[in-house]
Design a protein around this ligand. Structure first.
Ligand code: KG4
Ligand code: ZN
Length: 332
């Protein structure tokens, strides 16, 4: 089955064509830069940008795949979670295309999309594993007992890991989006220079990042302005190490509790180079298999949405054409 996926839940307008849920024929991603001067996503602007870009991006995805609309077997889009005005653009487009072409429509959960990015990049992977799902809006550990069967083991009590990256990048004047900027800046910094807190040190599988964010803010306030420039990379590296430490520790705890032997990284923060490096070292020591998608499939993209749709339609059939956008949709 050839699926056309659309992803418009936040600030990426993306369209992709995926064959049999596993082969990417095209995956066009437009990252909206209109938000950079505000230091974060402005919901109304996001919706307006999607409206402008959705058709050109869709056309590009079809032409890269060398296909026409009548060769598409299923039209899919993210229905939530996300910004309502942004979600409605992709959702309405996919429904209209399905309706006029008399083809199935599939409404996809964005969080499940992030998990399926692993299946897209490693089709042969074990389908029983623990995933650390870390994005701009979510941080959770999920036990996957076969594709489509999820149990949440733990989640953040306050900020998401990606949100903490974005807020600290703003504090350090590193620009937007913050995660990749901190990742780059930290490469030349000393991760042991500042001792930032690791929250919830016990056995529970939940996370907390608001205290860490405040600790960085207090440290920044203490520095004379001219010193901020010279300490920026040490601050970025020490902050990143604190986040990565807690993500790795809780992930290994989740593996111990579930007895799983495979761990997958999902979501935008899974692109973080230090998280990949550190978790790989720990997994190697404990004979656990670590998988993660290439960076362009970690951050928001439509190929992961098409991959879920292929699976979902095969398992449960198409979605109803009156499916609505659900901004606070959970994983299940
Ligand atoms: O999954 P995603 O693209 O969108 C959401 O569903 O939220 O994740 C975006 C988040 C942002 O907070 C961004 O700063 C973070 O992922 N991110 C990173 C990196 N690349 C993206 N965080 C740390 N290191 C990175 N290299
Ligand atoms: Zn996402």
């Amino acid at each position: 089955m050839i699926t056309l996926g659309l992803e418009t839940s936040c600030d990426e307008t993306s369209a992709a064509v995926v064959s049999d849920g596993k082969t990417i024929l095209s995956n066009v991603i437009y990252s909206q830069m209109v938000h950079s001067r505000f230091g974060g996503v402005v919901p109304e602007l996001a919706g307006r940008e999607h409206i402008k870009k959705i058709i050109p991006i869709l056309d590009e995805a079809l032409s890269e795949a060398d296909l026409t609309l009548d060769q598409i077997d299923c039209f899919a889009a993210t229905f939530g979670p996300g910004l309502v005005g942004a979600l409605l653009v992709g959702l309405s487009m996919a429904k209209s295309l399905a309706y006029f072409n008399n083809k199935p429509f599939c409404a996809v959960n964005h969080l499940e999309g992030h998990i399926f990015a692993n299946r897209l990049s490693k089709p042969d992977m074990d389908d029983r594993f623990v995933t650390l799902l870390v994005s701009g809006g979510h941080t959770m550990l999920v036990d996957v007992d076969g594709w489509g069967h999820y149990e949440i083991l733990g989640k953040t009590l306050d900020d998401a890991a990606g949100e903490a990256f974005d807020k600290v990048a703003k504090l350090l004047d590193l620009g937007y989006p913050g995660g990749p900027a901190i990742d780059r800046e930290a490469r030349t910094g000393d991760p042991d220079r500042f001792k930032f807190p690791r929250a919830l040190p016990g056995d529970r599988l939940d996370f907390s990042y608001s205290g860490l964010k405040t600790a960085v803010a207090l440290q920044v306030q203490k520095l004379p302005p001219d010193q901020l420039l010279s300490d920026k990379s040490d601050l970025a590296a020490s902050f990143q190490e604190a986040v990565v430490d807690s993500l790795c520790r809780k992930t290994m705890l989740a593996l111990k509790k579930t007895g799983r032997k495979t761990v997958a990284l999902s979501g935008g923060v899974a692109a973080n180079s230090r998280l990949r490096e550190k978790l790989q070292l720990i997994c190697d020591r404990q004979s656990v298999r670590l998988v993660y998608p290439p960076s362009e499939l970690c951050t928001d993209n439509a190929a992961m949405i098409a991959a879920v749709a292929d699976f979902q339609v095969a398992q449960n059939g198409p979605s109803d054409l009156n499916a609505n956008a659900i901004p606070y949709q959970k994983l299940f």
